[in-house]
Design a protein around this ligand. Sequence first.
Ligand SMILES: Cc1cc2nc3c(=O)[nH]c(=O)nc-3n(C[C@H](O)[C@H](O)[C@H](O)COP(=O)(O)O)c2cc1C
Length: 348
Amino acid sequence: MTQQYDTSRTWQWNLNHAPSVASAIDQAAVPGTWSWCGIRVNSPLGIPAGPLLDSRWLLHYASLGFDILVYKTVRSTARECYPLPNLVPVRTGSLSAAGEKLPASEQMNGSWAVSFGMPSQSPDVWKQDVQFAREHLPDGKALVVSVVGTQDETVTDPDASLQQLADDFALCAKWAVDNGAHGVEANFSCPNVSTADGQLYQQPETAGIVAERIRNSIGDAPLVLKIGRVATAEDAAELQKHVAPFVNGLAMTNSIAAKVIANDGQLMFGGQPRGICGDATRAASVAQTKMCRQALSDADQKLDLIGVGGISTADHVREYLGAGATSVALATAAMVNPDVGLQIRRQL
Ligand SMILES: Cc1cc2nc3c(=O)[nH]c(=O)nc-3n(C[C@H](O)[C@H](O)[C@H](O)COP(=O)(O)O)c2cc1C
C-alpha cells in the first residue's frame, strides 16, 4: 500500500516516519502545455502547502504523479505543532463563508478541520532539506517553498510591527530561493497579528507592502500569494491592484473557517475556529477563481491562478481550469488517497 500521513499520530511522528525516497512510478502523460509562473511542468497537478512535511514527503508525491510540489510552510524560527487532534473530519455540505458550527464526524466524508498552527523545523534544517529536494526532483516538476512571517510579539508599535513582519517574510523567501526553490509561495491567509484584525490578504494595502518587500528580496524568482476566501469582485480587484505589481500568481482558497462541535456537544479547539479543507470548499473556491480571473482580465493584469480546495477527480480539475486556473493543487484528497494523482492523470 502506498504510504500516507497517519492522522492519529503527531506531525513530528509523521515527519520522523516520512517515506523513503521513491523510485519513479510510471505516470501517464497529461496532454497540453502546463506551467507554474512561467516554469514548464509536466501537468497542472500540484500538492499545496501542508502535506509535504519535508523533502522525503515531497519526493514521495513527486513520484505519485504531482508536478508542482509546495514544500510545507516554513518560518524563520522553529515552531511546535498544535496538539492532537490535528485533523478532525466534519459533517457539512458546501461552505461559502466563515462562521458556521459543524459537527465532528467519526467518518471522513471528504472534509475535515485542520489544526496544525503552521509548525516549522528550524531554518538550519529546512534550508538543507530544500537543497536535497531540489537536487533529487526530476525534470518537469517545480519546487515551491511556502513561507510565512513570524511576528515578534515584543514589537507593539503597529508600523514597526508591520515592518518586522514584512522583513521576516522576505528573509524566509530569500532563504528558500537561495537554497534551490524554483519559486516561493507566501502564506497571506494567516492571522495578521500586527493589526489583530483578520488576515493579511484581507488588508490589500498591507498585503501590497509585504509583497513588495518579498519581491525585493528574491529578484526575479516567481512569487505566489496564498489567499483565503474573497467573496466580492470589488474585494478581489482591490487586492489584485495592490499586489499584482509584485507577484506572479495567487493560490486560492486556503480553507473556510468554522467552529467544530464534538460528540459531547462541546466546542473543540477551545472554541476557536479552524480551517475546513476538502470537498466542502470546492464550489466557493471555483467561483472565487472565476471571479478573480474576471477581475484580472478587467484590469488587464496577467497572473497565474492556482486552484485549491476540494479537488479529488479529473472533473474537478477541469472545473478549476475552466474557471481560469492555470494549475491546481490537492491536499485533502491526496492525503486520504495518495494514488489520486496517478488516477486523475489517466483521465485527463
Ligand atoms: C494537513 C494540512 C496542512 C496544511 N498546512 C498548510 C500550511 O502550512 N500552509 C498553507 O498555506 N496551507 C496549509 N494547508 C491548506 C492547504 O494548502 C489547502 O489550501 C487546503 O487544504 C485546501 O485544499 P484541499 O481541499 O485539497 O485540502 C494545509 C492543509 C492540510 C490538509
